[in-house]
Structures are given as structure tokens and as C-alpha cells.
Design a protein around this ligand. Structure first.
Ligand code: PAF
Length: 282
């Protein structure tokens, strides 16, 4: 695997590969890689001749400077994992390389980017679209791989791909979970053992709510999830929304859509650490 830090070097390398007729898969990441990321990389390696994994902690998508400060930075370990997965390139540019001048572009795809994470983290998806569009322009991949853990992010990126007419296939990859059910996330390393155990209740509650959903209304299911999680010491729900899986608009009746997803954000522990998860009801 080669480690590349500049757009020029990446562009030259990929131009050579394309001349040889090679297909390119891109896995955008912010580093602190775990087996959830490894599953995306493995999939790209299986489906493309060349796999580029970007490791870039994108400042424009953090609306909270403390969150950016706390985010784990582990490039050496990341490279070891990418090497094991068979990635071709680790692209780890500096902030100056990606943003030689401030990015003033704005992206707006309501309601997809204005609800849930969009409402609670103003500017977050604008920053995601800024960096992902830049990475798409730098790598010009045939396919790009994103984890379904960030369910809303995939919906926003699909809207951006349509809007900017990128000829890139977006490949969503399933959530990878710890044995307890807790979704793998770079933020999990910031949790203590005890907090990790408590955080497992998030998915356990979502799963239990799926079992009751057939017999209960959307409102009762919503209340069940919020009440159960809030009753656990160390967990606080920021929002829970039951939405149409494509438009992300709220639903108030199970018959309203064939694709219904519950999306949750929970604060865990005293620091606290912000965790997201979701469950597909239909
Ligand atoms: O999902 C992430 O890790 C980030 O939002 C992404 C897509 C790499 C953009 O910085």
C-alpha cells in the first residue's frame, strides 16, 4: 500500500491506473479506523482493481470545536489496518491541501439535510458535501463506499451526487456491531468500559421496539424508545425520529411508507460522547 499526501501525487497515480483500464473504489474516512471501516475497504477491494482510502479529519463538518479536538487521530494504526485489508492507497492530505482557500460553496437538500443531524448539527452536512465532493473530484472513483451507520449521511450524499451529476455508484454497507449490539464507531474508543456496556442499551432498545412496532402505533413506539433509553443512567436522548427511509420526512402511521427507519442520537456518559444509531422497521 502506498501513502499519498498530495492531490497531485494521487491524480498522477490514478491517471496511470486508469490508462491501464483499472477500476477505482473510494472509501472516504476520517481515520481512527475500526472493523466497521475494514468491512467497507474489504468490499471495495473485492469490487475494484484499485482501492483508495482517504483519511482526512474534515474540519468543516464539525460544528463543535471540542468534538473535533477530541476526535481520535491514529494514522499509523490506520495504515496497518489498510495494509491488512489490501487497500492500494491511503490518501492522507493536510487541511491546507484540501482547502487551500476557504470553501464557500453551500449545499442544500431539504428535508434530507435539514432534519435530525442537520437540525442538531447546523452546517454539518454542508461540510460533509464540501469534502466528499472534493474527494470525488480528486479520485474520480467508479464506486464510493459509505457505512449505513451514518444513515442520513448516505441519503444526503445521494442527493449531492444527483445534483452535481457525479457518475459514481454509491455503495451503502451494513452496520457492523460489537457483540453487545453497539455499532462500531471511532467515538467508542472515547467510552469507558462501563459506558460501553451502558451504550449497548441503545441498540437493544431499538431492537425491542421493532418487535412491538407491529402492535403499537408510531407514537407509542417512539415513546417506548425515548422512555426506555432515558430511564438508563448515563444515557440521554438528543432526538429520536421515525422517518421515511428515502425522504427522511417524519411518518406518523406505519402505512405511510414501505421504507420506515428509526434514527436516534444519544449522549452517553459524563463527557458526554454523542452516539448515533438506527433501526429499519420496514
Ligand atoms: O463518515 C465519515 O467518516 C465522514 O463524514 C466522511 C464521509 C469521511 C466525510 O468526512
Amino acid at each position: 500500500m502506498i501513502l499519498i499526501h498530495t492531490k497531485k501525487e494521487l491524480g498522477d497515480f490514478l491517471a496511470d491506473q486508469r490508462r491501464l483500464g483499472k477500476s477505482v473504489g473510494l472509501v472516504p474516512t476520517m481515520g481512527a479506523l475500526h472493523i466497521g471501516h475494514a468491512s467497507l475497504v474489504n468490499r471495495s477491494v473485492a469490487e475494484n482493481d484499485i482501492t483508495v482510502v482517504s483519511v482526512f479529519l474534515n474540519p468543516t463538518q464539525f460544528n463543535d470545536p471540542n468534538d473535533l479536538e477530541k476526535y481520535p487521530r491514529t494514522l499509523e494504526a490506520d495504515c496497518r489496518l489498510l495494509e491488512e485489508c489490501g487497500a492500494t492507497v491511503c490518501f492522507a492530505p493536510s487541511v491546507q491541501e484540501v482547502y487551500p482557500e476557504p470553501d464557500t460553496r453551500t449545499f442544500s437538500y431539504p428535508p434530507t439535510d435539514s432534519v435530525m443531524e442537520g437540525a442538531f448539527r447546523p452546517g454539518h452536512f454542508n461540510g460533509v458535501c464540501q469534502v466528499v465532493s472534493k474527494l470525488f473530484m480528486m479520485a474520480e472513483p467508479d464506486r464510493a463506499y459509505f457505512g449505513e451507520k451514518d444513515f442520513q449521511q448516505i441519503a444526503v450524499i445521494r442527493r449531492m451526487v444527483e445534483d452535481l451529476k457525479f457518475k459514481i455508484e454509491i455503495v451503502p454497507c451494513p452496520v457492523i456491531r460489537e457483540e453487545s449490539g453497539l455499532a462500531f464507531s471511532s467515538r467508542n474508543t472515547l467510552l469507558s468500559e462501563d459506558e460501553r456496556r451502558i451504550a449497548a442499551n441503545i441498540y437493544q432498545t431499538l431492537k425491542a421496539s421493532k418487535l412491538m412496532a407491529g402492535k403499537a402505533t408510531v407514537q407509542q413506539t417512539h415513546a417506548y424508545v425515548v422512555e426506555h433509553i432515558e430511564a438508563i443512567e448515563g444515557l440521554r436522548v438528543e432526538y429520536y425520529s421515525i422517518v421515511d427511509g428515502r425522504t427522511l420526512a417524519d411518518v406518523d402511521d406505519w402505512s405511510q411508507s414501505e421504507d420506515i427507519v428509526g434514527c436516534i442520537t444519544v449522549f452517553c456518559g459524563s463527557q458526554p460522547i454523542r452516539l448515533i444509531d438506527h433501526i429499519r422497521y420496514k
